[in-house]
Design a protein. Sequence first.
Length: 437
Amino acid sequence: DFLSGLDNAGVRDADTQRVLHSWSAQSTLKPLPIAGGLGSTVWDHDGRHYLDFSSQLVNVNLGYQHPKVVAAIQEQAAQLTTIAPAAANATRAEAARLILERAPEGFEKVFFTNGGADANENAIRMARIATGRDKVISTYRSYHGNTGAAIVATGDWRRIPNEYARGHVHVFGPYLYRTEFWATTPEEESERALRHLERTVQAEGPTSIAAILLETVPGTAGILTPPPGYLAGVRAIADRYGIMLILDEVMAGFARTGEWFAFDAFDVRPDLITFAKGVNSGYVPLGGVIVSEHIARVFDEQVFPGGLTYSGHPLAAASVVATLTAMAEEGVVEHAKAIGADHIGPALRSLAERHELIGEVRGSGVFWAVELVEDRDTRAPLDAAAMGRFKSYLLEAGLLPFISENRIHVVPPAVVTADEVASGIAIIDAALDELRA
Ligand code: PLP
């Protein structure tokens, strides 16, 4: 048996010799060999345990190996492991029903994808066809996925309605701590970011713009909770110019912010919602687009020119059904909100009182960012070498962190306990002491 008897070094060697890793130069990689996991903890092949404050790529919202989700995947596997998207499938239909149950009124259909990137691809496709327009406005400091060429390389009719990987326009969104707008209050930041957006719409030509695509709360870019009025203001601009609003809930959705959808905490309603990650904690790859009624109508008579071999894959659909059911039964969304408000937030703020290195703490639920700075007045980001040392201390002490630029994102599974929060934050506390020493 290939796996038996392998230790960390063996797994790491076997992996790095043949697996090409994402976003990295390969020669210096030392990936952590993960053997198993349960709840908010994972362990390696040498028996070391790590408290996971990253949820991997901020997707394991329900924690590792939830027994009901594992059982649902096993049951579906025993019944039917795969079926084409063109077939009707009961598990897929139930997954769609449960997702729509969480969406606001007026959302009618779900298009399933393999993950977040192709969810955004398809939402953009829908907005372009629904409006007959081309351009898409999104923000600097965002991440929407890693695709863009396959359909344009395609050599049959499907390329023709999809030759649109062009016309992408970027604006700055609100980020008061590092404001692009010389703002001093959240209200000012909001107002000026909206003016910048509207002026960009006007300058680009409103009738050329199909969609505004935003992460409801930009995640990888720094967990930038929008200031009061911003999302409602974007909605108003979209309405004024006949533009579709796509909210990317891939990272922020399904309990991450302490809501089912992050936008539930704001006065805004999108035309299209994209999701992935938390919808099934990534147990089986799946994402999708939730389509509002008026866009769904467009495809009643007109062909929807999009599709994927594994759209609505039964194993993935079974994991969605079990995840959303477990989340509701176990009050996971409410737990995420409370653990953020009562434990993570207060603990991080208390760290900020004791450590000069912390420039700002922001977030909600199980979605927090801590900015580390050289100097609180200049807000100069802590450099990469120091962040590297910080990450090593944390791993050494048994905490799996999510580090991005000069920030640590505190993004544990939504089922993390108060005790786990306390022990994880104690490790961060000690690492900050070591960093200054
Ligand atoms: N959108 C957001 C907000 C994300 O954070 C990500 C992934 O991190 C994506 C889209 C892309 O998702 P995927 O990697 O599943 O394609």
